[in-house]
Design a protein. Sequence first.
Length: 143
Amino acid sequence: MNDGRSRNMQANRRTNTKPEVALRSALHRLGYRYRKDFRLDLDGVKVRPDIVFTARKVAVFVDGCFWHVCPQHGRQPTTNEWYWTPKLQRNMQRDRVVNDALEVAGWQVVRLWEHVPLLAAVDAVVTALSPGSEHTCDVSAQE
C-alpha cells in the first residue's frame, strides 16, 4: 500500500462520521436524548451502535457505503481484491449477526446508509421511537 493510500485509510473514522454527527445533531435539536457509541453485550455478541436509545431499546447504525457494501453505491475493489473482498464480506456477515442478536434481545434496529438524506434518516429514527413501532428499519434504497 502506498503512503498516500495508507494516510487515506487511517483517516477513515469508526465513529463521528459526518452523516452520523448530522443525524445526532438533528435528533438532539428535536429533543431526543441518546447515547453514542454505547457498547451492548448481548449473549456473547458485543455491539456498538452509533446511536442508542436505551430506554426505548432502539439501536441506530449509520453504515458507510463502501464498508458495508451498499447495493446502490458500494463497489468492488479493483486492487488487492484478495484482501478487500473477504473483509467486506465479513463486515456484511457481522451486520447480520449484530441485527439478529439485537432483535433476539428485544431491540429495534435502524440501519441507514450514509447517502440517505438527513430528513429521511431522522424520520426513520423518529418512526422507530414511536410507541407501537416494533420492526427493523433498513433505509437503503433512498437517495
